[in-house]
Ligand binder design. Sequence first.
Ligand SMILES: C[S@@+](CC[C@H](N)C(=O)[O-])C[C@H]1O[C@@H](n2cnc3c(N)ncnc32)[C@H](O)[C@@H]1O
Length: 210
Amino acid sequence: MSLSLKDIFEGIGGQPNSCTLQEYCAFAHYVQTTPSCRLLVFGVGRDSAAWRKLNHGNLTLFLENNTEWIDRIGKEIGKEHIIALTYQQTFEDWERTDFAADQVTLPVLESSPFNGEWDCVFVDAPWGPTFGRHQSTYAAIKSVRPGGIVGLHDCEREREQIVCRTLLEGNGFKMVEEVERLRIYQSPSEAVEETQLGPRSASRKQGDSR
Ligand SMILES: C[S@@+](CC[C@H](N)C(=O)[O-])C[C@H]1O[C@@H](n2cnc3c(N)ncnc32)[C@H](O)[C@@H]1O
C-alpha cells in the first residue's frame, strides 16, 4: 500500500522548528513526481526519516553542520546518509560585501556533492540565528541540475528574502510556488554558465552516488 504525502508528513508538520504540513507536501510533490529523484537536503531534524521514506529506493543525502544533530538523527536514519559540513561565512560577513553574489563562499566539506546533478534540493539549514542561509543556498544553486527544483524555508525573514533576490532570482531561478514560509524555485533549463556563480557540471556521472 503506498502512503500519501499527508500520511508521511502528518506527524511532523507544524512541530516547533519544522515546516508545516502544507509546506512539506508542496515540496514533496516535486520529489514524488521526479523519476529516480536525487534529493539533497540541507539540515537534519525530525523530518529526515520522512524525506527518506518519501524518496524510498532513490538517493537522498543530508548535509548538516551541527554534530549533536548528526549523532541524534544518524542513529535514526544511519550516519551514512549524512555528510558533515562547516559554514564559515556569517551573514554579517556577506553583508559587508554589499551582498555580492560572487563573494559567497561554499560550505566546507570533504567530498563535495555540489555538482549540478541533483533533481531537488531542500534548504532548511543552517539554524536561523547562526550563519544565515546564503552559503547553503549558494551551494544548492551549484548542486541542482538545469531545470531542477530548489526549496528555501523561512522566507518570511528578511535575510532569506535577500538570499532569494540576490542568489536565486539574480541567477535566473524562477519562483514556481510559494506556500506559507516556503519558496520553491526552478533552476534555468540551461546550466548557469560563467555568470557570478562560475560553471556548473551539466552531465550526470555514471555511478556517482554523492
Ligand atoms: C530549522 S532546523 C531544521 C529543522 C528540521 N528540518 C526539522 O525536521 O524540524 C535547522 C537546523 O537546526 C537544527 N535542528 C534540527 N531539528 C531541530 C529542532 N527540532 N529544534 C532545534 N533545532 C533543530 C539542525 O542543526 C538543523 O540543521
